[in-house]
Design a protein around this ligand. Structure first.
Ligand SMILES: *C/C=C(C)/C=C/C=C(C)/C=C/C1=C(C)CCCC1(C)C
Length: 262
């Protein structure tokens, strides 16, 4: 661990603290708004809530590990000798990433014979992506490159399934829903792209100094808040838009059948 200035240490400290707050706040949001949606959208909201609960817990652990890894000496934070445990991140991803892809399929409320194979492919690929990334994360040099490339294969496959396969089945949705769906998918691509880039940092020989350690921790916090809280809010908007589409479709039908003659 590199020595840090007061500003550098506190920046990471505050970003980790902000992440805990964002996860807790989002948890409440997803639980509270769930009741406003038709029952078929509840599983997606429950998954969003579980994701931020898992991440909030892990951020709590990372926060305490960061605090313990440093001690203040004069106006510099020096390593205390206790290791900073970043492995919490991989445990977190292993649980949350499969849930995040499942959320997006779930909120589209597709018939079971379409939903189940799509979910299975995405869950298996995302668990594989994280499991293959971990041996590389704790290694350097060629070993890191090889595991990183292996992990990229399921990553590309996930993007293929989201664009080619899921993209096709949402074509019949209303314009508003389709735009929301596409934006959510783009948000996923933009935020998930950060993690493999962060993985490359030590390979480029940039890992050992204070500014890259700080940039990495701040980057992870921003990426996680966007990929879990922001993404969950987008999922909520898709559910709301689909519920509104369904209500509109139901109205003329009901009016024709039951409207009392006046
Ligand atoms: C909330 C946490 C999220 C969305 C984490 C996502 C993580 C990834 C997309 C990680 C991908 C990786 C590769 C594609 C190759 C190198 C190894 C990984 C695991 C960093």
């Amino acid at each position: 661990m590199p020595e840090l200035t007061l500003f550098e240490f506190r920046l990471v400290y505050n970003m980790l603290s902000l992440s805990i707050a964002a996860m807790l706040g989002s948890f409440l949001f997803f639980v509270l708004v769930r009741g406003q949606l038709p029952a078929k959208y509840h599983p997606a909201m429950v998954m969003s809530a579980i994701v931020v609960a898992i991440a909030g817990y892990h951020y709590f652990r990372i926060f305490h590990s960061w605090e313990a890894a440093y001690s203040l000496s004069g106006d510099t934070y020096i390593p205390s000798g206790k290791p900073f445990n970043d492995a919490y991140r991989y445990v977190d991803w292993f649980l949350t990433v499969p849930l995040l892809v499942t959320e997006l399929v779930s909120v589209m409320a597709l018939p079971g014979h379409i939903r189940k194979p799509l979910t299975a492919k995405l869950v298996i690929a995302s668990a594989l992506m994280i499991a293959l990334g971990y041996p590389g994360e704790i290694a350097s040099g060629t070993t890191r490159v090889v595991w990183g490339l292996l992990s990229t294969v399921p990553f590309v496959y996930i993007l293929y399934v989201l664009w080619a396969e899921l993209g096709k089945v949402v074509e019949k949705e209303s314009d508003t829903t389709r735009v929301l769906f596409r934006n959510t998918r783009l948000l996923l691509l933009a935020t998930w792209g950060f993690y493999p880039i962060a993985y490359l940092v030590p390979l480029l020989g940039l890992g050992a100094n204070a500014s890259s350690e700080v940039a990495l921790q701040v980057g992870y916090s921003v990426a996680d808040i966007t990929a879990k809280c922001g993404y969950g809010i987008m999922i909520y908007h898709i559910a709301k838009s689909k519920a509104a589409d369904e209500a509109r479709e139901a109205v003329p039908h009901r009016a024709g059948q039951y409207a009392p003659a006046q």
